[in-house]
Ligand binder design. Structure first.
Ligand SMILES: [Mg+2]
Length: 234
């Protein structure tokens, strides 16, 4: 593993299958606000092509031609974040296979751990408490989240921010993703990417990833590190 210095994780769909909780939180919010909106599983899968909750709400508003202001979108999103946190603490969520092993492996081998996500920080905190039983800042060296960068995935910004904070070059890290926009974002930042599709991204094209597998595992990362050894020889 010489040359490898960091593992960078996407959150939703990668650390855990969180998208269903997000969808339910959005639908609860629409009810609260008296909106006749409802996102089915298929609708939400399609909306996930847009990164970021507020951005997704705007796409939907424009699609259905609703007279909902950007200020209201901001309020909806805030309410949704509250619902998501409550749903997360009530229902809980489990880490996807391989994640706990990867985190353990990183810790034992002195690799830095980071998050690069387009979700917001409260959502990251809620997930880490529910799934790891620990706060996010105890688990990751840096968390590059949602509104910290101007352009969301598939733009490379959030990955570039994570790399900058880690003080690690793109060639010294591996990114873990579950979606097409995530893979494109990490590749645009110059990273090697291992992708494992999640429930909501099974029909995403992930062929730009360096390696794809049905699920993440330590074995996969060992294989990848051999595969990438050229990149990590420096
Ligand atoms: Mg994802």
């Amino acid at each position: 593993m010489e040359g490898l210095k960091a593992l960078i994780f996407d959150v939703d769909g990668t650390l855990a299958e969180t998208e269903e909780l997000h969808r339910q939180a959005f639908n609860r919010t629409f009810q609260d606000f008296g909106l006749d909106w409802h996102w089915s599983v298929d609708t939400y899968r399609d909306l996930l092509k847009t990164a970021g909750g507020k951005e997704r709400l705007r796409v939907w508003r424009d699609r259905v031609g609703a007279r909902v202001s950007d200020a209201t979108i901001t309020e909806l999103h805030k309410e949704k974040t509250g619902h998501y946190g409550r749903l997360m603490s009530e229902a809980g969520v489990r880490l996807r296979p391989g994640i706990a092993d990867l985190m353990d492996f990183a810790r034992k081998n002195g690799l830095k751990r980071a998050i690069a996500t387009t979700t917001n920080r409260p959502n990251v905190d809620a997930l880490c408490l529910a799934a790891f039983g620990r706060p996010a800042q105890d688990l990751f060296d840096t968390i590059a989240a949602g509104d910290e960068v101007p352009a969301k995935k598939p733009a490379p910004d959030v990955y570039l921010l994570a790399l900058e904070r880690l003080e690690v070059a793109a060639g010294e890290a591996i990114a873990f993703e579950d979606s097409r926009i995530g893979v494109l974002s990490a590749k645009a930042a110059g990273l090697r990417v291992i992708a494992a599709p999640s429930l909501y991204t099974t029909s995403d094209r992930l062929d730009e990833a360096d390696l794809t597998a049905p699920a993440l595992s330590l074995e996969l990362v060992r294989e990848a590190s051999a595969f990438f050894s050229g990149a990590f020889s420096g």
